[in-house]
Design a protein around this ligand. Sequence first.
Ligand SMILES: [Cu+2]
Ligand SMILES: [Zn+2]
Length: 188
Amino acid sequence: MRRLFADRLVFATAAIVILMSALFAFLRARSAHGYEGQTVATANIEPRSGSKLEGKATFTAGAGGAITLRIELSDAPPGELAVHIHDKGDCSSPDGKSAGEHWNPTHSEHGKWGAAGNRHHLGDLGNIRVGLDGKGSLTLDTTRWTAGAGGKNDVIGHSIVVHAGPDDFKTQPSGNSGSRIGCGVITR
Ligand SMILES: [Cu+2]
Ligand SMILES: [Zn+2]
């Protein structure tokens, strides 16, 4: 009888330990990446340098720690407009320069997203094509960012900057993209 009780106690303890570790793993994954499909960060893009541009950036948690960034612009000048994540979460200056340089935690050179050997800034998002209706959008999926986990590659606290011209993906350190016509701080 005593033996049976001891066996049951061992079994119950093991079951509790397994359940608790599963719960902790779940909570850790949740805090690092959010639920799949959950918005983990946003930025309201406001006009700068005399533009009328408005926009919204939304970071969504995906499978396996991936993050999807969706940027939508309106009242933007038609054409190809460079968009980057800049280092400082400060859009206070009228010319957007308070946002600092391109966000570059990997100490890379400026370039095109997806370039061989990841030879680009972690904030080099590329160009958005804006139509004659003043609207344009960009969607980008990556496992190279986090949102809220607090690491070097965490997008929170940086800013989204939209430029007046296209990124040539060559000129250092910012792709010769022209003035900053939109800026939004990335927050949770
Ligand atoms: Cu920029
Ligand atoms: Zn860059």
